[in-house]
Design a protein around this ligand. Structure first.
Ligand SMILES: *[C@@H]1O[C@H](CO)[C@@H](O)[C@H](O)[C@H]1NC(C)=O
Ligand SMILES: *[C@@H]1O[C@H](CO)[C@@H](O)[C@H](O)[C@H]1NC(C)=O
Ligand SMILES: *[C@@H]1O[C@H](CO)[C@@H](O)[C@H](O)[C@H]1NC(C)=O
Ligand SMILES: *[C@@H]1O[C@H](CO)[C@@H](O)[C@H](O)[C@H]1NC(C)=O
Ligand SMILES: *[C@@H]1O[C@H](CO)[C@@H](O)[C@H](O)[C@H]1NC(C)=O
Length: 506
């Protein structure tokens, strides 16, 4: 991937200084090893799947292994945040150039991968032809659900029965009347109010809403007994949104935007987010048209024009940590356009905690890994330093909690005091036991001697007194030995401190 990563982000450095990094949105490229695109549809969310490798685009084989979990990964990689509409689209897209290679077969994603290239696959495509190329549809921004219509209408507003209906046309009609939702099937357009529980008669798989619209080439218009419900705000020329994630699309998306010289404007409140990532999964403007973006309340604007930027060369992903995103779309009214002019800008919570540096220690991070809110990382300190909290946790605001720090270790740590006290107590107890034993034995012997004097004889005296004396001696020895041991162990313990903390550091 060429281009720089762009960031406006506050970075906490050792709780001491706050550094403010800022940079502008940069030019990116959609190409690069492992890049994917959907080709030959009306916009970049539908078409034949192509994969970039070496220095060219190739296709992917739609064999028995190709299914929804694989398509999910493709939609995620191209920035279609709504997911999959159909993993094996029945729509007719512009045919791919038959001379391009077929790169992949037997794709087996588990659905969590960020890129198609991370999924298992085979490069043995000998049994594939271009007739079996994968073609698919991702969900377009604003699509809510494919819902069941068994006679009871799930949307309560006005119904338009006109021929030549399409998603964009229906959204426009419902928007004009102040509705919140636009539902389409091949014959009608149903408007819905904000409070409509359109899922109440059931939700069907997205693939059941793929019938073509009469009036919108390659738009998906629900099906008989199925209504594709969309939010009308997507595809409008203005909006005020408050969401952690969502999309802004050109007027009348998924249709082409009208070249009517308007200027559209949107304001998005993303204050709940830490970092917000902005992308242009669809970027196909007419020559003179421009998109302006500001993240500082409208003081500074970054401009992307349709002369320089394109679907193949879109403005690069940007991440920023500000509360508001403003977008302006200036339609110049140029006559030079292709029939699919449109754009989609997505914004998404994408907080990660930067790997902070701090004196005398470091975070035990994995190279190249991104740390998301909730992730826990161990704090490691250099020799002679210690940390009060073993872990720091990445927080929603992109800072570590608690901020990692290493402080100078005191000469005697609490664990050492504990050990010494413990040892001392052990020895005291042993000593006391020894003393009691000594006294008991002594007592026995004295009694024995006394009994001998009193005339007890033989075996019992011999067999009990002698070994008892030996045991007695042994215990005295042990007591003395233990005493010495205590000093010895104590000495060892003191020497062992640096060694132990050194071992911990390693
Ligand atoms: C397929 O991949 C293997 C292992 O990566 C490689 O050795 C082989 O050359 C590749 N075959 C083709 C046709 O690219
Ligand atoms: C629309 O068509 C349906 C049947 O196709 C009909 O029941 C309904 O009355 C029509 N509505 C209008 C406003 O024409
Ligand atoms: C989200 O952040 C990670 C790392 O912080 C970055 O690699 C990734 O590209 C970002 N995603 C988007 C959509 O910007
Ligand atoms: C706009 O951005 C430039 C460069 O990034 C910066 O120097 C300038 O202070 C900013 N202007 C305002 C009004 O924020
Ligand atoms: C379009 O954008 C490019 C890159 O920012 C710039 O160099 C060029 O002058 C712009 N063209 C027009 C006509 O504004």
């Amino acid at each position: 991937m060429a281009g720089e990563y762009c960031c406006y982000r506050l970075v906490d450095v050792a709780l001491v200084s706050l550094l403010f990094f800022s940079c502008t949105f940069t030019q990116g490229t959609a190409q690069g090893e492992g890049a994917v695109r959907l080709f030959g549809g009306n916009h970049a969310f539908q078409g034949y799947l192509q994969l970039y490798s070496g220095d060219s685009w190739g296709t992917v084989c739609s064999d028995d292994e190709w299914d929804e979990t694989d398509a999910i990964v493709v939609c995620r990689q191209i920035g279609a945040i709504g997911g999959v509409m159909s993993p094996k689209s029945g729509h007719t897209f512009t045919k791919v150039d038959g001379s391009i290679p077929i790169y992949m077969a037997k794709v087996g994603c588990d659905g969590t991968e960020e890129r198609l290239g991370s999924c298992s696959s085979s490069n043995d495509t000998s049994s594939c032809t271009h007739a079996s190329d994968v073609k698919m549809d991702c969900v377009i921004p604003g699509f809510k659900a494919c819902v069941v219509n068994n006679g009871d209408l799930p949307l309560t507003g006005r119904i338009h029965n006109q021929t030549g209906m399409s998603v964009s046309k229906c959204a426009e009609l419902c928007r004009k009347d102040g509705y919140h939702y636009a539902g389409v099937d091949p014959l009608s357009c149903y408007c819905g109010s904000a409070g409509d529980d359109f899922r109440k008669y059931g939700v069907a798989p997205n693939t059941e809403c793929m019938s073509l619209c009469g009036g919108g080439a390659l738009q998906a218009c629900g099906a008989e007994r199925r209504i594709a419900v969309h939010e009308v705000v997507v595809g409008s020329c203005s909006g005020s949104l408050k969401a952690g994630a969502g999309a802004i699309a050109s007027p009348e998306f998924p249709g082409a935007y009208p070249l009517d010289g308007r200027t559209c404007q949107w304001v998005v409140d993303v204050s709940e987010n830490g970092d917000t990532a902005v992308r242009f999964p669809v970027f196909n403007l007419a020559g003179g048209d421009e998109i302006h973006i500001s993240i500082d309340g409208g003081k500074n604007w970054t401009v992307f024009n349709g002369t320089y930027y394109s679907q193949e060369n879109p403005p690069f992903v940007a991440t920023f940590d500000e509360n508001e995103l403003r977008v302006k779309f200036v339609i110049a009214g140029s006559s030079q356009r292709d029939e699919h002019v449109s754009f989609v800008l997505t914004f998404q919570e994408n907080t990660s905690c930067d790997v902070v540096e701090f004196p005398n220690g470091y975070l035990d991070v994995v190279d190249g890994a991104a740390y998301r809110p909730g992730d826990k990382v161990e704090v490691l300190c250099e020799k002679q330093y210690m940390t009060e909290w073993k872990y720091s946790i990445c927080r929603e605001d992109g800072l570590w909690h608690r901020a990692p720090e290493c402080i100078k270790a005191p000469p005697v740590g609490p664990s050492l005091v504990f050990t010494q006290t413990y040892l001392f107590m052990m020895l005291a107890v042993m000593g006391a036991l020894g003393l009691i034993f000594f006294m008991v034995i002594c007592g026995v012997i004295c009694v024995g001697r006394k009994k001998k004097k009193e005339g007890y004889t033989g075996i019992s005296r011999q067999e009990s007194a002698e070994p008892t004396k030996a045991e007695n001696e042994y215990h005295i020895d042990m007591h003395e030995g233990s005493d010495m041991d205590m000093q010895h162990v104590g000495g060892q313990e003191e020497q062992a401190i640096p060694l132990a903390s050194g071992a911990m550091d390693d």
